[in-house]
Design a protein around this ligand. Structure first.
Ligand SMILES: [Zn+2]
Length: 124
């Protein structure tokens, strides 16, 4: 529960700002934990690279490992975490598993955000 709930919206200090509007949309603790968890997951440079890569292509572990210059077990570990958070999805074809970014509004905005912060142009 937010610290600002169940009060009469009077802040300790009055600076003439209209905080009431902001407070109304203040993320709940649960929402903040969820967003923080996603950002923390992408706070690992290796996972960020893998996620960004999978925003542009669908690949198997071996190729992701080659493209990111990481070991397959390390890539598998990161893929498990990314998948359990819903950022990526997998598809089995024969013996091979293929991974790509989930098609959600969240992954689209994270994709755009990464490229914006990194100041790179989306390769498409
Ligand atoms: Zn892109």
């Amino acid at each position: 529960m937010s610290n600002y709930e169940n009060t009469d919206n009077v802040l300790p200090h009055q600076h003439g700002e209209d905080e009431e509007k902001i407070i109304k949309d203040m993320p709940s603790d649960e929402m903040a934990r969820s967003v923080s968890g996603i950002l923390k997951l992408l706070g690992d440079p290796s996972r960020l690279k893998i996620f960004w890569l999978l925003c542009h292509c669908e690949e198997c572990v071996i190729n992701i490992a080659a493209l990111t210059e990481m070991s397959s077990p390390a890539v598998s570990h990161h893929l498990r975490l990314l998948k359990s958070s819903g950022l990526i999805v997998s598809r089995r074809e024969g013996k091979e598993m293929y991974y790509k970014a989930a098609d959600t509004e969240m992954t689209k905005s994270l994709h755009v955000t990464i490229e914006s912060v990194a100041d790179i142009t989306c390769p498409g």
